[in-house]
Design a protein around this ligand. Structure first.
Ligand SMILES: [Zn+2]
Length: 259
């Protein structure tokens, strides 16, 4: 799969401890059972009193918070913490239907798949997606696997509606449209505003060079039409477009670098 666009933010939590030499063999997905964002959920996990954490929180706006270093245990799945990396979909619920998952977390699912594959490679375990009814082994699964297969605890997230086929398609790189969000979806509000402002400026330049209806200036506009641009107009606009292109290139580079 290609790397989806997302913005990674560090929100380290004290709720972690060493792996004690255990080898990481599984990546587990979780729901929040609340209405948070990646950042607000990370804020909660940063509170020592919460006594819970995940390595990552992800939301559908394309934000990823790094909460616990993957070399350490997060506090997510009881005695399975030492062998696992854990990711929580912020704002999600285990009661969601398939359609709710696709509508509300489609982008987050793609990002989670990417992060899971990167960690499977980094820690040397299979990218096998272990969906219900589950088969014991290394790979990517969810909290209910811990309950049903490992016999620890009682949590049932990510729930029956989770689109495992779509998630596995991202993991295996077989989905038809790997990046439904597109370029602009990757930008935050400020970045979108920058592009919009630049576009409006260029548009303003063109309009300010047009004469009022019914007037003409044969000297400045020898072709007679107010909408016809002269060489100076052209050079000015080309300069503005070049500046805009440089801004977009810089933003694209920043996004690719995961900033
Ligand atoms: Zn869970």
């Amino acid at each position: 799969m290609g790397k989806p666009a997302y913005r990674e933010i560090e929100r380290w939590s004290p709720n972690n401890h060493g792996r004690g030499g255990a080898k990481v063999t599984n990546f587990f997905l979780h729901t929040q059972e609340g209405d948070g964002t990646a950042e607000s959920l990370a804020g909660y996990l940063q509170n020592p009193a919460s006594q819970v954490s995940y390595h990552y929180t992800v939301d559908n706006s394309g934000v990823v918070c790094d909460v616990v270093d993957t070399d350490m245990c997060s506090w997510s799945v009881l005695d399975a913490n030492p062998i696992s990396i854990n990711l929580c979909f912020a704002g999600s619920r285990a009661s969601w239907t398939r359609q709710q998952w696709l509508d509300r977390m489609g982008r987050g699912i793609e990002i989670a798949a990417w992060l899971a594959v990167q960690d499977c490679k980094k820690y040397g375990f299979s990218t096998n997606v272990i969906a219900p009814p589950y088969k014991r082994g290394p790979g990517i699964s969810d909290h209910r696997y811990v309950t049903k297969v490992l016999g620890m605890g009682s949590h049932t997230d990510v729930g029956d509606g989770f689109p495992w086929d779509v998630f596995a398609g991202h993991v295996n790189g077989t989905n038809p449209n790997p990046n439904p969000g597109g370029f602009l979806m990757a930008l935050n509000d400020d970045q979108q505003k920058t592009i919009l402002t630049a576009a409006e400026r260029i548009n303003g330049v063109v309009r300010s060079r047009k004469l009022p209806v019914g007037q003409s200036d044969p000297v400045a506009y020898p072709h007679g039409g107010a909408a016809v641009l002269d060489a100076a107009d052209g050079a000015f606009i080309v300069g503005k477009i070049d500046g805009l292109k440089a801004s977009i290139d810089a933003l694209t580079a920043a996004i690719k670098a995961g900033k």
